[in-house]
Ligand binder design. Sequence first.
Ligand SMILES: NC(=O)c1ccc[n+]([C@@H]2O[C@H](COP(=O)([O-])OP(=O)(O)OC[C@H]3O[C@@H](n4cnc5c(N)ncnc54)[C@H](OP(=O)(O)O)[C@@H]3O)[C@@H](O)[C@H]2O)c1
Length: 436
Amino acid sequence: MGRRKIEIGLAGLGNVGMGVYANVLKNSELLSRRANAHLNIRKIAVRDLKKARDHEPPIPSDRFTNRWEDLIEDDEVDVIVELIGGIDQAKELVISALRKKKVVVTGNKALLAEHGQEIFSLAKEMEVPVYFEAAVAGGIPIIKAVQESLVGNAIQMISGIINGTCNYILTRMREEGLSYQDALQEAQVLGYAEADPTLDVNGWDAGHKAVLLGSLASGRWVPADQIHVEGIENIRLGDIQFVETMGYTVKLLGIIRCTENEPLEVRVQPCLVSKQHLLASVNGVYNAVMVEGDLVGETLFYGSGAGQNPTSSSVIADIVDAAVGLQHDEKRGYVPSNELAAVKPIEATLSQYYLRLHVENRPGVLAQIAQIMGGHDIGITSVHQPESMAAMADLVLTLDRAPYGSVKQAIAQIQGLSCTSEDTTLLRVESFEDPA
Ligand SMILES: NC(=O)c1ccc[n+]([C@@H]2O[C@H](COP(=O)([O-])OP(=O)(O)OC[C@H]3O[C@@H](n4cnc5c(N)ncnc54)[C@H](OP(=O)(O)O)[C@@H]3O)[C@@H](O)[C@H]2O)c1
């Protein structure tokens, strides 16, 4: 039997879309052998038809449209690849594609984190698969790993560095002593951060990925508005440097913890990671995700979490899956059930902590602070006071495992003392063990 042709409608020819177009062409021979089908990019939807598209040989102009609806309305198109980004238009596009029974491939984490439940329930109704490998950690094959290779495990924990921009900024602050603003500016100049980096630095890009990983880990959709997300905007260079002397490094981590008979823990926060831990050595724009399952134990996935070629690697893998699935009438990869996961309130989550206070430099202050901590049943495990003759000085405490809510209450009370200021840093110390 001759090879089939799989017709693709590509929506979006930006950073990732162009990578997909170029690399489907570049590897066309091997892809057609592996998919047992010729992959043909039949139509391309963009916003601006006049924009110059940098590709050799030039892309034939009759392939372009500025109406994504043309891709859906074309009965020959088998697979819709959504790479336009954003939520509203992308949602309309994906829903219309599924209604027309077209297979969907998307890299849109924001869309799936907000509307995954609705999209996958429609996909189930229409009996059409949705593939989304590129939505988490760019080129790292983490979605298929959890959906397929680790599907036999009860997932106990997923923890990872899932935003390259933040990891780059934190790395440069630590290695070069750059301020947050300078490190961010450098990331923008090098193209690692968007002109508007808000979603990266406020933690929500990682938050969307944590929602998807949490949904796959628990088998139920995680409501995005119930997870706790903090970014790196308020990280002080002084804290990054001080924790180094204590044997730690600061990383923005996405944490998903599944404990039997308990609500799911899903959060994104800057955390202290021991320098001995594998994630501490993941630097620059790289991402890494650790998955712990009851059968497999610990696994680690490392690589490029963004960028044209690495992200296109994931999108193309999904296109090949789609092509194989279309020929054999099969769907790959389990998806969460249509129920919502119960998410543990952040106040109830447990860990150890790093707490930097700025206090009057005189005897008796530590005793007042210790008394408040004791009143909240929080143990102090170490006290560090960098030498200073100034009237106000930093006081760094490490706190024993305690609920986040109790620690926040104790800090509010401490800040009410006349001997303290509002200048405070609270960071979790992530042990990667079940703290219960
Ligand atoms: N960049 C990465 O490294 C990366 C990694 C993983 C996942 N992703 C995800 O991949 C998706 C695409 O990201 P990107 O960086 O490639 O974005 P991008 O560079 O901004 O490209 C967006 C493309 O979509 C087109 N477009 C936007 N709105 C459209 C509409 N309504 N109709 C038709 N075309 C439209 C744009 O057209 P014009 O060219 O005419 O403006 C452009 O070609 C996002 O969901 C993103 O989260 C990106």
